[in-house]
Design a protein around this ligand. Structure first.
Ligand code: ZN
Length: 201
């Protein structure tokens, strides 16, 4: 289902990863033996492992039976402002932002806390924002078979802010609309309305 699953990194091989970070420090003209850097390869390896832990996650295990029958639940469910932290696959620099996720149930609903977990699962990989948006939408489509799914991601890309064009204030918005969210303008605009509204609490 996930095109990245096959290319997932091998299980824990952190000595190798630590060596690579040490090599990287050397290539940058640093001294990996100096006090401030001595434990850096281990820290970076652990950090990278965490930041890419989404590769090892399995959607079914993550949902852990939190899918419920809910006959008659046919109103839009929206979880908005889900913060996420990912890294662009082009520069391995962070892109961080917020996700807004909605679906129109068709007899099945999912525990609300699972939606941010699905977002995290796809954020904790080397990503492009466009693909991550589609992956989140497809995952919800697959597990709930709802009448429709809408996903909007807004993010700031550090590769654009710290280097390259150095645009600190620009943000990137991507969206994926499936089913009713694609075919029905009213559903889509209800979603867009709900996501742009300021929180009242
Ligand atoms: Zn980038």
């Amino acid at each position: 289902m996930d095109p990245h699953a096959a290319g997932a990194p091998p299980p824990q091989d952190d000595k190798h990863l630590e060596d690579l970070v040490r090599q990287q420090l050397l290539a940058l003209g640093e001294d990996p033996a100096r006090e401030g850097l001595i434990r850096t390869p281990a820290r970076v390896a652990r950090s990278l492992r965490y930041l890419t832990s989404g590769y090892d996650q399995d959607l079914d295990a993550l949902l852990n039976n939190a899918i419920f029958q809910a006959e008659g639940a046919d109103e839009m469910v929206v979880v908005r402002n889900i913060e996420f932290y990912s890294q662009c696959e082009h520069h391995m620099l962070p892109f961080i932002g917020r996700a807004h996720v909605a679906y129109l149930p068709d007899g099945k609903i999912v525990g609300l806390s699972k939606i941010p977990r699905i977002v995290d699962m796809f954020a904790r990989r080397l990503q492009v924002q466009e693909r991550m948006t589609v992956q989140v939408a497809n995952a919800i489509m697959d597990v709930l078979a709802p009448k429709g799914v809408g996903v909007i991601l807004e993010a700031r890309h550090y590769c654009m802010m710290m280097r390259g064009v150095q645009k600190q204030d620009s943000s990137t918005t991507t969206s994926c609309m499936l089913g009713r969210f694609k075919s029905d303008a009213k559903t889509r605009s209800e979603f867009l309305d709900l996501t742009s509204r300021r929180s009242s609490f």
